[in-house]
Design a protein around this ligand. Structure first.
Ligand code: AMP
Ligand code: ZN
Length: 139
């Protein structure tokens, strides 16, 4: 499955160059050309799925294994103390390339990055109410 307009499909096909770090049967990983920190890598299915929600569940295990392996290798290669794994699902969440991909971002103690500004719920009731709404939609 391939989208002729998709930049990541072109990368998988070798039509656009990429700094490859991992190449498996159905999964590919390469460096983001505009990294949050150097060593920031992207892990993608080779087939075209616009978002995480479209992804074939059968691929999930292979993608997760690739994320583990790339995260470990990025930490070793950069000396990072940890990584953030992230996926932007939808334009509102910052997704720009609509070929599902995980970001692996090296992190260092005291690196000053604050990726998840957080705010507590106004009340425990509101938190419980929303949890119930979500549970109801999980069947
Ligand atoms: P997202 O905002 O989650 O869709 O992330 C898309 C990411 O792809 C961005 O971090 C871009 O810097 C990165 N990107 C776009 N085109 C390329 C490319 N040709 N090679 C490497 N990374 C790319
Ligand atoms: Zn694609």
């Amino acid at each position: 499955m391939r989208d002729p307009e998709c930049v990541f499909c072109k990368i998988v096909a070798g039509e656009i160059p990429s700094a490859s770090v991992l190449d498996r049967d159905n999964v590919y990983a390469f460096l983001d050309l505009n990294p949050v920190r150097q060593g920031h890598a992207l892990v993608i299915p080779k087939s075209h799925y616009p978002t995480l929600l479209d992804l074939d569940p059968g691929l999930a295990a292979d993608l997760l294994r690739a994320q583990q392996d790339v995260a470990r290798a990025v930490m070793l290669a950069t000396g990072a103390d940890g990584v953030n794994l992230g996926l932007n699902l939808g334009e509102a969440a910052g997704q720009v390339v609509f070929h599902a991909h995980y970001h692996i971002i090296p992190r260092f103690h005291e690196d000053g990055l604050r990726l998840w500004p957080q705010t507590p719920y106004p009340s425990q009731d509101e938190m419980n109410r929303l949890a119930g709404e979500i549970r109801a939609r999980l069947g």
